[in-house]
Design a protein around this ligand. Structure first.
Ligand SMILES: [Zn+2]
Length: 237
């Protein structure tokens, strides 16, 4: 079973990461420029009582986020990179004392913020899924924090998602809205990846599937490892 998983992951890396490396025109270093400033932190959005968005077939965003985050960790291990995951289970990270759902959500976000600081963040990658009342809309989109280096990483990851996963996706990386707490309360480079729309029938089915999640993780891993760091962002290297 374990061997099968490894073989499947290796295939995913070859399919996703390999295509990306060809696109970059260079081999990925084990530790890319964006990761030289501290820990790579992966945040699977929501969890526990906060399920996030609900898909058109009733799947919870929180579970898909966690599935993608864990697969991303697996793919990164092939490159010798061990990220820090803020959660590895279906749980909310709120304090014991919080009672209402609102209190729990606020406490959860404050705890994520504290963990990110304590881990010595170099790059934060927050994984989410999008939703919209109109089911026509689809496509992964990357948002970036107002911190140094975030925009360059987001544009790099957005381009990789189009090149390695969905050539029809013409979406552009955008600044994170003020309403998103976590990315507005970190000091490190940070991006939020909306992997796709849970309200689009075709994309929702893909986002729930093991194979697509693995391809997504492979493309994200390749992009993270080759992302520009804050020191070379200005020179365009
Ligand atoms: Zn979300």
């Amino acid at each position: 079973m374990k061997k099968m998983l490894c073989a499947a992951l290796a295939a995913a890396v070859l399919a996703g990461g390999g295509a990306l490396l060809a696109w970059r025109g260079a081999a990925a270093p084990a530790m890319g420029p964006a990761l030289r400033g501290g820990a790579l932190i992966i945040d699977a959005g929501h969890g526990g009582e906060d399920g996030g968005a609900v898909s058109i077939t009733g799947a919870l965003e929180s579970q898909i986020n966690l599935d993608v985050a864990l697969k991303l960790e697996d793919v990164l291990a092939f490159y010798g990179v061990a990220p820090e995951l803020l959660r590895r289970e279906d749980l909310s990270l709120h304090d014991v004392g919080s009672e209402t759902l609102r209190e729990k959500k606020v406490s959860d976000l404050h705890n994520r913020e504290r963990m990110i600081r304590e881990l010595g963040c170099g790059l934060l990658v927050s994984i989410h899924q999008n939703s919209y009342p109109d089911g026509r809309y689809r496509g992964a989109q990357v948002f970036y924090a107002p911190t140094e280096g975030s925009k360059a990483v987001a544009e790099h990851v957005q381009a990789a998602l189009a090149a390695g996963l969905d050539p029809d996706n013409g979406r552009k990386a955008k600044p994170i809205p003020d309403s998103v707490y976590l990315l507005n309360h970190v000091d490190c480079a940070a991006i939020l990846v909306e992997c796709g729309f849970l309200t689009n029938p075709e994309e929702e089915a893909l986002l729930r599937s093991d194979g697509y999640q693995r391809r997504l993780a492979a493309v994200l891993a390749g992009a993270i490892l080759t992302a520009p760091g804050p020191t070379n962002e200005d020179t365009g290297v």
